[in-house]
Design a protein around this ligand. Structure first.
Ligand SMILES: [Zn+2]
Length: 271
């Protein structure tokens, strides 16, 4: 089904993108081999294929170099700071010389907590030594993904603000450089969070809203395109041309609606 839709939209979106150049920010989470399909995990083999395709077809830039969004380029990002990013993804990024940004949750790097999605006894996230190792490579930049990975919009104002500001300070303290980029956990945020992100001094922030970023995009609400293990070379190329953006927009509206319903339910139970 996805293939049919992608095939139908691709000629239109490709032409549209030629007339309206912009920056597509790719969103990855894990790069490893799992026993079963996981929407947030891409196998190392698939990731290798995708990077090879990207290298030959697109200009890949670091997020910090993509500010103007005035020509076609691609940015690679990872959320949550998984150990497999260090073990599997980073060597492949090195192989192709492609830059990326990894968004770290401070408590995960401290090994005080880990992402709830994945169970097991093995260490799930990078530690600070591995983070500084990647930082030294020069290809990988780090951004903040809060202190504890909460649903920000469901927190009290003071707590939401602390997640956004303290995580920046903790990362900067460990990395010894300024941290200018932020990623909203679960793509969950409201205007309040955008204001805190600005107040904290971040230069840009990424969401999970689909589509391309152009000159008029809000720097604190940048769009991203999720990449999955199902993105074989042809489908990946179509995705880079925006052929799946219409489908993703519909799915995003559904997700927003579910967040809204969750918020309303929690208000009802509180009163
Ligand atoms: Zn996350």
């Amino acid at each position: 089904m996805r293939r049919v839709i992608a095939g139908a939209f691709r000629p239109i979106t490709r032409q549209w993108n030629r007339w309206n150049p912009g920056t597509r920010i790719l969103m990855y989470h894990r790069v490893t081999d799992l026993d079963q399909y996981d929407q947030l995990t891409v196998s190392p083999k698939r990731f290798d294929d995708q990077l090879r395709g990207l290298k030959s077809s697109h200009r890949v830039v670091a997020l910090k170099d993509a500010f103007s969004f005035d020509e076609n380029s691609v940015v690679i990002t990872f959320d949550d700071g998984y150990l497999d990013n260090y073990l599997e993804a980073a060597p492949l990024l090195q192989k192709y010389g492609l830059p990326a940004t990894i968004y770290l949750t401070a408590d995960f790097v401290d090994q005080k907590a880990s992402h709830r999605r994945y169970k097991g006894s093995e260490r799930l996230h990078m530690d600070w030594l591995e983070v500084s190792d990647l930082a030294a490579s020069g290809l990988i930049n780090f951004g903040s993904h809060t202190c504890t990975h909460p649903m920000l919009s469901e927190l009290k104002s003071a707590d939401s603000k602390r997640e956004i500001i303290d995580s920046k300070m903790r990362l900067e303290d460990k990395l010894g450089t300024s941290v200018s980029s932020f990623a909203y956990p679960n793509g969950n945020y409201g205007q309040r969070e955008v204001d805190y992100v600005e107040e904290a001094g971040y230069v840009h922030a990424v969401t999970v809203k689909p589509g391309v970023n152009r000159g008029n995009s809000e720097l604190l609400q940048l769009r991203r395109t999720e990449v999955t293990d199902r993105d074989e070379p042809k489908e990946f190329a179509a995705k880079l041309d925006g052929a799946l953006d219409p489908v993703h927009l519909v799915l995003d509206m559904k997700r927003e609606w579910q967040f809204e319903r969750r918020r309303n339910n929690s208000v009802e139970t509180q009163t």
